[in-house]
Design a protein around this ligand. Structure first.
Ligand SMILES: Nc1ncnc2c1ncn2[C@@H]1O[C@H](COP(=O)(O)OP(=O)(O)OP(=O)(O)O)[C@@H](O)[C@H]1O
Ligand SMILES: [Mg+2]
Length: 114
């Protein structure tokens, strides 16, 4: 129970750009450009360069703990890169709201965890 409370009270580390605009469509590709680890303490990802075209299927292959989930989690902004950029149709992902903005559900989830 203490662990659950700890998680619920954990600070939100994803900061949304107040001037960011949501993407209304996805047309071309997702690009990882020199992306590095999402944590400052440990290097999980380093200098990741990858372009994934819309509609393409790719496989991330590596041993357990290699960083596959960490890499995939950058796309929905479960965490952000510490250097480099993730671009979606050329738009820097850090400028795209991390969840549908302007909804009560979004606001409650992120700033008033239970
Ligand atoms: N927020 C975090 N802070 C510190 N270390 C983390 C964090 N998230 C993941 N890690 C560590 O990063 C490494 C990569 O984890 P990740 O879950 O991305 O691996 P994976 O390739 O998806 O593994 P699996 O095949 O088991 O799913 C692991 O050593 C993990 O313990
Ligand atoms: Mg995984």
């Amino acid at each position: 129970m203490e662990r659950v409370e700890e998680l619920l009270k954990a600070p939100v580390t994803i900061i949304d750009d107040p001037n960011g605009k949501k993407l209304d469509s996805f047309r071309n590709n997702i690009e990882f450009r020199k992306c590095a680890s999402p944590t400052k303490d440990v290097t999980i990802l380093e200098n990741i360069n990858l372009v994934v075209g819309k509609g393409r299927t790719i496989a991330l292959v590596g041993s357990s703990g290699a960083g596959k989930s960490t890499l995939a989690d950058l796309v929905p902004r479960f965490h952000d890169v510490t250097s480099g950029e993730l671009l979606i149709d050329g738009v820097i992902s850090r400028t795209i709201p991390s969840a549908p903005s302007g909804t009560d559900e979004h606001r409650n989830t992120r700033t008033h965890p239970l």
